[in-house]
Design a protein around this ligand. Structure first.
Ligand SMILES: Nc1ncnc2c1ncn2[C@@H]1O[C@H](COP(=O)(O)OP(=O)(O)OP(=O)(O)O)[C@@H](O)[C@H]1O
Ligand SMILES: [Mg+2]
Length: 510
């Protein structure tokens, strides 16, 4: 007779966890348990309480009620340091690295190995230890690289290395794949399997329902601060999860409506930014959604930023509705009719300490201001309308943008530009970090704005989004436009092929 399987050993119990922020009950009596060596997925709509629950476990927030039992003992977690001492480490939804420091300095920030006497850092030991951790993650960056110079995927591995530096038993990953391309996601999954093999238990928060079956053991659904259910992977089909998360059926994920494709409204000729973007030429028509695909680093974000006046151009011209806007600064670009949703909402998309109202109204200020100042009634109406249209979850339009959940922050960034009546929308990963219900909503709004005659340029690392929404797809490869593909009959495989080798598959001589 065998006893219970080792996989059933419960390492962590969270019992009756509640947390309130002002008027918002973020968590309401949530139970959660984690077994030794399991990957436990946590899902739920934006604002459901996922990050809050994990921030309580990692000592960032204190619960109002409830208890945490770790390894059989009652745990007192009052600060992130307490959590680290107990072996609990978290990689946040938004990165928290110091950009000007080296990789090794970031990994050991605050716990640098010292030499001879306090205050003198032993760089040799630190770099060697960092190299070991990076090696464990098959990460090709050097301990002495400056973090600023890394790509998003590499930064994320550095974050994980940092978490592992404390010999963690529990690793929490809050939306780890949001910023990664397909290949990098595969690599992350290998790392997760490896860590699991080394006995690390992993909590994994994500909105990408398709990816769980590859890595998850169990899955817990939160809705409105409450735990709805915990399922095994076998029980958890996508339909069931969506219903459980939303509490209702979600209609079509890509509600794209046919739009009349009109005259070209954006013409780009020979646009070049160093070697990051080389000789990019294309047209975008009114009513058209142009998908931009390519691997991370292929030049997608550079293209978006170059159009919006955020990169120094070496060559090329940009015409918006016939007007030469080459080299215009962002402010002029907005006036000429560009809207821009950047990849990095925390850094560029939002003023986190300003209210939701201020953020939404920002690009519309010229329209709702007079020589006497901003028309605050119009500003309020604008913000109110967008909150309703995008179902933004906030206590009021006066709440600071930084207090909203990650996905709701993303909606505010989109709302800004939908409110601003722009002619060409540049969207860099518009649905990143957004839950299924809100995603469908965002895509509906994108489709609607194309029908209203806008041109939309949409970057996404997630090919079903491109295939579901675009009329045409540009595939970038090492800074160049490698293919301009019509959507009819287009497959993921064909895009991936061009994105990875830079050209269409040769017709093999049979
Ligand atoms: N520091 C804070 N101050 C005020 N309210 C907060 C704070 N942090 C979270 N909240 C609120 O608590 C609720 C739960 O937020 P949480 O960030 O846990 O959601 P989430 O499930 O992680 O969502 P997402 O998928 O968008 O990341 C939200 O209504 C959010 O606005
Ligand atoms: Mg979150």
């Amino acid at each position: 007779m065998t006893g219970s399987e080792p996989a059933q050993d419960v390492l962590l119990h969270m019992r009756g966890i509640s947390k309130r922020f002002g008027g918002v009950q973020a968590l309401d009596g949530v139970d959660f348990d984690l077994r030794a060596g399991e990957v436990h997925i946590v899902v739920g709509e934006n604002g459901a309480g996922k990050s809050t629950l994990m921030k309580i476990l990692s000592g960032v927030h204190q619960a109002d009620a409830g208890q945490i039992v770790l390894g059989g003992a009652q745990a007192q977690i009052h600060s992130p340091i307490d959590a680290l001492r107990l072996g609990v480490a978290i990689v946040y939804q938004e990165f928290a690295l110091a950009p000007a420091l080296t990789v090794a300095e970031n990994i050991f920030l605050g716990s640098e190995p010292l030499r001879f006497r306090p205050g003198i850092i032993d760089y040799r030991t630190m770099n060697a230890e960092a190299a070991k951790l990076l090696d464990r993650l098959n990460c090709a960056v050097a301990p002495t690289d400056i973090v600023e110079s890394l790509g998003t995927a590499q930064m994320q591995l550095v974050e994980i290395a940092k978490a592992l530096a404390f010999k963690s038993r529990i690793l929490i990953l809050d939306e780890p794949t949001a910023a990664l391309s397909e290949g990098e996601i595969g690599h992350l999954f290998e790392v997760i399997q490896q860590l699991k093999g080394q006995g690390v238990s992993i909590v994994y928060i994500s909105h990408r329902l398709e990816e769980f079956e590859h890595i998850g053991d169990r899955i817990t659904v939160l809705r409105n601060g409450q735990k709805i259910e915990t399922l095994t992977m076998a029980e958890a089909g996508i339909d069931r999860l969506v219903r459980s998360m939303a509490g209702r059926d979600v209609k079509e994920l890509f509600p794209k409506q046919p739009a009349d494709i009109g005259e070209p409204i954006l013409r780009v000729a020979g646009l070049t930014v160093g070697s990051r973007l080389v000789d990019a030429s294309f047209e975008l028509r009114a009513g058209e959604i142009l998908g931009i695909a390519g691997l991370v680093g292929a030049g997608r974000t550079t293209l978006c930023r170059a159009l919006f006046g955020l990169e120094k151009l070496d060559r090329g011209r940009v015409y918006l509705r016939g007007k030469d806007v080459t080299g215009h600064a962002p402010r002029e670009c907005i006036e000429s009719g560009f809207g821009f949703v950047p990849e990095d909402r925390k850094g560029q998309g939002l003023a986190l300490n300003l209210t939701l109202r201020h953020n939404v109204a920002l690009p519309s200020l010229p329209r709702i201001s007079s020589p006497f100042g901003v028309n605050t009634a119009a500003e309020r109406a604008l913000a109110q309308e967008q909150v309703k249209r995008m179902s933004i979850m906030a206590s009021s339009i006066e709440q600071a943008a930084g207090e909203l959940s990650g996905g709701n922050q993303q909606k505010v960034v989109l709302a800004k530009w939908f409110a601003a009546n722009s002619h060409v929308m540049i969207l860099d990963e518009p649905a990143r970090g957004v839950d299924v219900g809100a995603k469908a909503e965002i895509f509906r709004i994108i489709s609607e704005s194309a029908r209203e005659g806008r041109g939309v340029l949409m970057v996404s690392s997630y090919l079903p989004e491109i295939l579901g929404m675009a009329d045409r797809v540009l595939v970038l490869f090492r800074g160049r436009i490698a293919a301009d593909l019509a959507i009819e009959g287009l497959t993921q495989e064909r895009i991936i092929h061009v994105a990875s080798v830079g050209s269409e598959r040769e017709e093999s001589a049979a």
